[in-house]
Design a protein around this ligand. Sequence first.
Ligand code: 5AD
Ligand code: SF4
Length: 451
Amino acid sequence: MTDLKRACLITFGCQMNEYDSGRLGRLLTDGGWILTDRREEADFIFFNTCSIRAKAAQRVINHLEQVRPLKKNNPQLLIGLGGCLAEQEGEALLAAAPWLDLVIGPQHLPALPGLLEKIQTDDRDDRRRSLTGAGANPAWSRENLAALGQGPSAPEARISSSVTIMQGCDNYCAYCVVPYLRGPELSRTAEDILDEVRHLVAAGVQDLTLLGQNVNSYGRGRAGGPTFPELLVQVAATGLRRLRFTTSHPKDLSPELVGLFRDLPPLCENLHLPIQSGSDQVLAAMGRGYTRDRYLQLVESLRAARPNLALTTDIIVGFPGETEADFLETMSLLETVTFDALFSFKYSNRPQTRASALAGQVPEEEKSRRLTYLQNRQKVITLAKNAAHLGQTLEVLVERPSGRYQGQLTGRARNFKLVHFDGPPELIGRLVPVSITEAWAASLRGRLIHA
Ligand code: 5AD
Ligand code: SF4
């Protein structure tokens, strides 16, 4: 072993990446590494990247440029790139950035500690390595899933956590690069998942999110295992206080799953259900597999099952061929549904995707105009939704000191809204009732009723 010791992991993008980085951190610490937040003192800097939109990819490249000078002070420093951008552009980046030592695709992450070991014992000239390839070997991927899924051996006292239940995606939405980079859908076994959940519950986790690109199709292609609703029931039975899942695809949201919002008390009243567009013509061109009406029916049945469900969604503006009339259909859908919050994006042309070859690409300025218009309107809707909580008492799971004001704590309500209130740090990790006194677009403020 050489003198390389400190690793700094920097994560971009989705919750899946956060989860992967958490597990990678554990693999590294098991192998003798110390984790640090400070790039300047690290012997290994690893960027776990996202390339879902061109802007996300550009951000990573900027960061990569920033760490380049650190090699001057520490010639032994290793710089690595993982995640979707590594899978997509890894070889090109290795060629363009001579200070980059390794690239590794998302499906190969468990091999990273071994790869580092190898690089450290190599000759200096021969250090650079790359390990990519999505979905080429399903058997190997299954091992990978199991390795990534093992819960922390020395449980961190975490209050809220997440567990990946599947990886990859088979949907090939016309705009999306994920299936090309994360490979085909692969579900973990229920036993693996339940083992990990029990481990986390024993470590004190009370609020758990099940993760996957499309959790509703969990178990598809795996004979004999539970369906996603059955899995939720089994996970809830471990004694968790709060259970959530993301991301859901509307086309696979079954009546059984909707029914759980009525029948499974730990299942929290929040759901992220990406619609992408309110226009049937655009939805068809995206290959989403549902219509506007079908989506609205789903919302109605969900709200019938759980009237106080907080709904969030994703919207893409400026998909190729999107007309002003199509865009106005999206605007009218926002008025009809009244989402609690939304994540909205300008369409970004991604390599390999079907949409990148479509005619009718919308000019950048027009995409920006639509995005601003939509976001301004949604801000008002979100504020009104949050203001509806004024005077209500919400159960808050206290997560941390707020970081902004001394004596203030931050936690989440069951509907996932962020709540700030004054209280002593001993309350961290506890469920407390908070009366809501102020509402903003991104959070609520309240008064602790009693500890
Ligand atoms: N352009 C813009 N947004 C995209 N998303 C996925 N691919 C693209 C793209 N090419 C958005 C979708 C998805 C979210 C995670 O990212 O809204 O639901
Ligand atoms: Fe991408 Fe569609 Fe799969 Fe979501 S469901 S990851 S948008 S291809």
